[in-house]
Structures are given as C-alpha cells and as structure tokens.
Design a protein around this ligand. Sequence first.
Ligand code: FES
Length: 143
Amino acid sequence: MAYSEKVMDHFANPRNVGEMPDANGIGEVGNSKCGDIMKMYIKVEDDIIKDVSFKTFGCGAAIATSSMATELVKGRSVKDALKLTNKAVMEALDGLPPVKVHCSILAEQAIKAALSDYYTRQGINPEPIVGKITEAPECAYEN
Ligand code: FES
C-alpha cells in the first residue's frame, strides 16, 4: 500500500513544527525498536488547547501522524483531546500501510504524554484521567 496524498502532504509540509518555550504540557514518547522519538508541546488556557507543536525524530509516517495529531487537537478542549485515538489520526490521513500503524499509536501516546504532563503541573495525578502512557506495542520498521 502506497502512502495517501494526505500522508505525503503532512510529511512534506508538516504543520505546527517546533519547540514551544511557553508550553504548559510537554510529552515525549519513543519506540525502542525503531528508535523514533516524538515530542509534543501544548499550551492550555481555560481548558482549551490554544497552541500545540511537535518535534519528531522519525520516519515519514511518524512525522505525518504527529502533524495530523496536532491539527486534530488544536483549539479543542483538554477532554476532547484525551479522546484522540490513533484510528482517528489514521482516518484523517486517509489510512496508513499496516507496517506504519504503530507510528500513529506513537502520535496518540505523545499527545497523551503532553496532557499527562499538563495535569501533573496542575498538581493533579494524571493516571486515572489519561491512563498509562505506553510505548507503541511493536515496530515493523524496515530499512
Ligand atoms: Fe515510524 Fe517506528 S514510528 S517506523
């Protein structure tokens, strides 16, 4: 399966790239097998994700899924962002080849890690709300 036009677009022109110095939630996740790392930054004000950005060291699908994940949570409430699934990211990108599904899981986890950090900074235990942040279950990374 080839990459969709949307994947290619988000890979070639990723949205919301870069660090955010005034973020109030930062999450980093990595997949130990493929070595890809995603870092997400969120700025929450009045329970709304006013700004979001990312830095991804990884494959093209990891960059495209990070980019789409930021677009899907931008301007949404924290509660809505918590519902983001890797499936929603994949659907928004018109699908991913099976060997790249784990890249979308990494994007979901990166958003959740940033939300966890946001709750922690508010003095709230994130685990009952966000759940455990896990690494992508497997990586079918191919050279
Ligand atoms: Fe894309 Fe592992 S995150 S190859």
